[in-house]
Design a protein. Structure first.
Length: 357
């Protein structure tokens, strides 16, 4: 079974696509974003997938790829277009190549025009295609920098994408209006720049008069992407706060395991958000924990020390996850949830106060 997820970076309006082979557990990511690497790694871990490849549709001008960062963290390999000029990749792709993940693969189609090195990736059964900035939903990428060429883009769309089956779903690298997917049949008919009876000369004239400002991150993004996302100093950014061994979840929370909390318990504030009867009940409590029931947390947040990290605790980890959100809203930055709550704390043999066997 194919595992498929569409992910979004709000800063650059970039879509990242996760494709996985459920049987083998191998996966690839298309157009990952540097700042979103912890999110993507968390999703892979939660789904039990191993990242085999990162693929970039082109040398992006509006964000930095996470390819290098994910390779350093997860051991994945990097594949980019040979015509894009990037260095540091494990594989340079050309038209007609295939990139496999388990029993599945994507086919590589050269679709230059937005940039000279643009690629699109077509799933093996032609049910989905990932078009980068070549073809957007009711639009297309600009052609006025990075060796862009309107006539080349027109040819790419008509020869490589509009020839796919009409039911093939198309997933672009960006959308600025909240749209998520389209189809070949839709774009053939409704794309105002490239569909219907639009001729090559019509398209070239349209693109000549867009007069768009250059992307704000272009001067930083393009040089970094020519290094597959490696920072100029070669330093790997930290994956999280340094005050404890934490794990980032796809839901956007930092979690701490019982053994990791035991290591730093003297240096953090443990806030138990259960009700008083639970706090003094059979599960017991963590030594030194402060009782602040969840319903009172927002109004009592001022009682906590903002200079020390906070770990929230409940019975199972559910209410304490909500507590993390409340404390974040109150301006606390170093906050983590105890994974599994008191149930897991006890099951792993950590010490408690009170409670019963």
């Amino acid at each position: 079974m194919l595992v498929f997820r569409q992910l979004f970076d709000p800063r650059s309006s970039t879509y990242t696509y996760l494709l996985g082979d459920d049987a083998s557990g191998e996966a690839l990511l298309i157009d990952p974003v540097f700042e979103q690497a912890p999110r993507d790694a968390a999703l892979l871990a939660e789904l039990g997938l191993t990242l085999a490849w990162t693929l970039d549709t082109h040398v992006h001008a509006d964000h930095v790829t996470a390819a290098w960062r994910l390779k350093r963290r997860l051991g994945s390999r990097i594949a980019v277009g040979a015509a894009g000029g990037a260095r540091g990749a494990d594989r340079l792709l050309a038209h007609g190549d295939r990139v496999g993940f388990g029993a599945r693969h994507v086919g590589v189609r050269a679709t230059p025009g937005h940039t000279s090195g643009c690629l699109s990736f077509v799933l093996d059964d032609e049910s989905r295609a990932f078009t980068g900035d070549c073809l957007l939903i009711r639009g297309c990428g600009r052609t006025d920098f990075q060796q862009g060429d309107s006539r080349a883009l027109y040819a790419s769309v008509h020869a490589q994408l509009f020839t796919l089956p009409g039911h093939c779903l198309l997933y672009p690298a960006h959308d600025y209006n909240g749209l998520t997917a389209t189809s070949v049949a839709e774009e053939r008919r409704f794309n105002p720049r490239l569909g219907g009876e639009v001729s090559e000369d019509d398209f070239v004239g349209h693109m000549r008069h867009l007069h768009l400002p250059h992307p704000k991150q272009m001067d930083a993004a393009v040089p970094a992407n020519l290094r597959c996302g490696e920072p100029a100093d070669g330093a790997l950014p930290p994956d999280g706060p340094g005050w404890a061994r934490l794990r980032y979840t796809f839901g956007g929370l930092w979690e701490i395991d019982p053994d990791a909390l035991a290591e730093v318990a003297a240096d953090v504030q443990v806030v138990d958000v259960r009700e008083p009867a639970e706090f003094h009940g059979p599960l017991g409590r963590i030594a030194g924990a402060r009782l602040v029931p969840l319903g009172q947390l927002a109004e009592r947040a001022g009682e906590l020390d903002r200079t020390r990290p906070v770990v929230t605790v409940c019975r199972s980890g559910s209410r304490s996850a909500r507590a993390v959100g409340l404390l974040r809203a109150a301006g606390f930055t170093d906050v983590a949830n105890l994974a599994g709550g008191m149930l897991r704390w006890r099951s792993e043999g950590q010490s408690i106060e009170g409670g019963s066997e």
